[in-house]
Design a protein around this ligand. Structure first.
Ligand code: 3H9
Length: 653
């Protein structure tokens, strides 16, 4: 087997090449190979050494599959100390992504060059960790405290150009990276360039108050995660003592994070997300259909968000509405959303304008005759959906993928409204669709393999995390939400207040408590759905009596200014004594005895309700694997990644 790290001398420059697909992660063999190569370079005729990677990327980090197992030598921090101590100049040549331990390797080198498209970052915080191979110590010395805190606490990568601005990248190389890096190495040698250790640089001036400010800001948004605070402490250590003391602090905090259940949960989600993209029984080489243009039916909030997802990925969109006024309204929501993205700095004005230019509108189905895919996003009326699909069957070209964004309905019945059920699939986006990462891909009984494979690949292109679900009422996510919501209603009747339930769940880590979620979604939606059901179908009234009473009082949630809470103009919830009275009345009416309910009981019952339904979903084969359910809840329902998703949490308590 060819070695994953090779070393060769090209005239006076030693070249260390790493070739360890898929992402050149720093597994034990890669670390050993790097150590051997750098050692060899110390005694050969090289004047400088270039580290470069084959394949799609520079080193993408430590090998996450080794985490949680006994450490194997050489350890990464020691290897990087050896690289930095090299008597020959070491130059890192970056393409693709230099992430985590990959960027730390580059920071231990004496110089760094990159192609313009390269990205660099320290994403460890997303795995519940901190950079553990000198990243928190070398980076502040090169880029200053503020930039280091931003990069390490957000985990977001930056471009090579931005890296150059803050002092992490020394040179941008256009054209072939290897050739450019070797030429630059020779230029440095010719100019008398010498070894330049990052660890010996002095941290540029900064305001010491910055650490307190970051701690406060992070505590407010990190939902109980320990890694962000530890990162601030490690970066602070780079400013208070020697490099060695800072490294010792970083190590101590890294080990604490690595051993935490939070990091275990986040690492599980990292792999579960990638696993979810794989469909059992579907060959990897299943052909895919080309999707370069889509139609979106419905210009409401959902349709508009979906249109933006595709346009942002460079796919042309035709948005369909029933009237010019409705179309105008839909397109103006899109305009507002793009303006918002520009204002928040998420998109440049130019990029927003070029994406917006890809979206046009029509009120005539004939405009969909040539599109490669249609996504129906009208309101949840089964008859209307069937009618639309029959119409699509008439106008769309053969081979067009016909997708429904239904949140609940029977995709098989919708497919049966066409003469091509094999082309029909569910694509359940989450609101706001241009922001939320989750996409439930609903596989109908007759959905063709290539349709499924195409939609999974397309999801990645539009930057979604796809999870396959079988057909059932509510699919994976909303089906589990029903017993979860019902449990919240029982807890209210038994004695908990809306604010106690929400606070308990939010303190535990949920992004938003269940009753605030209901208010946000609109209580009238469930109410209307229940009106169509018989008493038997509706089930035990304890599960819905309170929201029904609220709706009958005109309290629909945020949109009407009140629901489980009262809302001010800034949509901030305030507990409302009228709601407490109404709950007490409902409890008396339904014969529920009120008592003190503890926060622990709230969390225990709410999570158990989710898990129990999740188990049924697995048994029925609606979800392929329990990790898929975890991905749905983390990316679609604000479940804390640091708890690994409901199924992982339950399996590891
Ligand atoms: C770290 O570095 C700690 C140090 O500070 C201290 C140590 C002491 N390891 O995402 P993709 C696999 S923490 C092992 O689909 P893309 C992945 O599972 C690390 N495997 O590709 C998948 O496998 P499979 C800090 C890894 O092109 C395959 O590669 N680094 C690793 O969409 C393809 O992945 C990070 O957190 C890894 N580090 O995106 C970076 N990375 O095919 C994590 C990937 O069997 N990685 N795999 O399902 C990424 O963000 C993306 O993978 C990347 C490529 C952007 C690189």
């Amino acid at each position: 087997m060819a070695s994953v790290v090779s070393y060769e001398l090209e005239r006076n420059v030693g070249v260390i090449s790493i070739d360890s697909p898929p992402v050149n992660a720093l597994s034990q063999v890669v670390r050993q190979g790097l150590l051997d190569a750098i050692s060899e370079a110390q005694s050969d005729a090289s004047d400088a050494v270039v580290i470069v990677c084959d394949g799609r990327t520079f080193i993408a980090g430590a090998d996450i599959t080794e985490f949680g197992k006994p450490p194997m030598e050489p350890l990464l921090p020691d290897l990087l100390d050896t690289i930095e101590a090299s008597s020959k100049m070491v130059i890192a040549a970056i393409h693709g992504t230099a992430l985590g331990g990959g960027l730390e390797t580059a920071l231990a080198a004496h110089y760094r060059c990159a192609v313009p498209a390269a990205k660099i970052g320290l994403p460890e915080v997303k795995l519940g960790l901190l950079p553990g191979a000198g990243g928190t110590q070398r980076m502040p010395r090169l880029a200053g405290v503020k930039a280091s805190l931003d990069l390490t606490t957000s985990g977001a990568p930056i471009s090579a150009e931005e890296g150059q601005k803050i002092g992490l990248i020394d040179k941008i190389i256009d054209g072939d990276l290897r050739t450019g890096a070797l030429n630059w190495a020779r230029e440095l040698v010719a100019a008398g360039g010498a070894v330049r250790k990052s660890s010996e640089q002095v941290v540029p001036d900064f305001d010491p108050a910055i650490f307190g400010e970051y701690r406060e800001k992070l505590a407010a948004r990190s939902r109980g995660q320990i890694a962000p605070g530890h990162i601030v402490t490690a970066v602070e250590a780079a400013t208070t003592g020697s490099f060695e003391d800072g490294m010792a602090k970083e190590r101590e905090l890294f080990v604490t994070c690595m051993n935490s259940s939070q990091s275990a949960g986040m690492r599980h989600i990292f792999f579960a997300e990638r696993q979810a993209a794989k469909i059992e029984g579907l060959a990897k080489d299943t052909p895919k259909r080309a999707v370069e243009s889509v139609g979106v039916i419905g210009g409401g909030t959902m349709g508009g968000g979906i249109a933006m997802c595709f346009a942002n990925a460079g796919i042309t969109v035709t948005m369909m509405e029933i009237s010019d006024e409705a179309l105008e309204r839909g397109l103006s929501i899109i305009d507002r959303n793009y303006a918002g993205s520009v204002k928040r700095g998420k998109l440049s004005a130019d990029k927003a304008a070029s994406c917006r230019a890809l979206i046009s509108g029509s009120t005539d189905y004939a405009a969909l005759a040539d599109v490669d895919m249609v996504i129906e996003a009208v309101f949840e009326d089964p008859q209307l959906k069937k009618k639309i699909f029959a119409q699509l069957d008439e106008v769309c070209k053969p081979g067009a993928i016909l997708a429904t964004n239904t949140s609940y309905q029977d995709v098989n019945a919708i497919a049966a409204a066409t003469r091509r059920p094999e082309d029909v699939v569910g694509t359940h986006f989450f609101s706001p669709a241009h922001i939320m990462k989750l996409l439930e891909v609903v596989r109908g009984e007759k959905t063709a393999d290539d349709v499924l494979a195409t939609v999974m690949a397309l999801a990645k292109k539009i930057r979604k995390v796809p999870v396959v679900s079988g057909v059932c009422y509510g699919f994976i996510g909303n089906r589990m939400l029903r017993p979860y919501g019902k449990t919240a209603q029982l807890l209210l009747l038994e004695g908990a207040s809306p604010q106690q339930i929400d606070a308990a769940m939010e303190t535990w880590g949920m992004a938003m408590g269940p009753l605030r979620v209901f208010d946000l979604a609109g209580l009238d939606i469930g109410y209307k759905a229940r009106q169509a059901l018989s008493d038997e179908e509706k089930g035990d009234p304890k599960g819905y009596r309170v929201p029904d009473l609220l709706v009958e009082l005109g309290r629909m949630g945020q949109k009407s200014g009140s629901g489980f809470y009262a809302y001010d103009d800034a949509r901030q919830p305030t507990p409302d004594p009228a709601v407490d009275g109404l709950i007490e009345m409902a409890a008396a009416d339904l014969g529920v005895e009120r008592r003190q309910v503890t926060d622990e009981e709230i969390v225990e019952r709410m999570i158990s309700a989710l898990v129990a339904e999740g188990r049924k979903i697995l048994e029925e084969g609606i979800a392929q694997r329990s990790g898929d359910i975890d991905v749905v809840y983390v990316y679609g329902y604000g479940f804390p990644a640091s708890r690994g998703g409901p199924m992982f949490f339950d399996d590891h308590q």
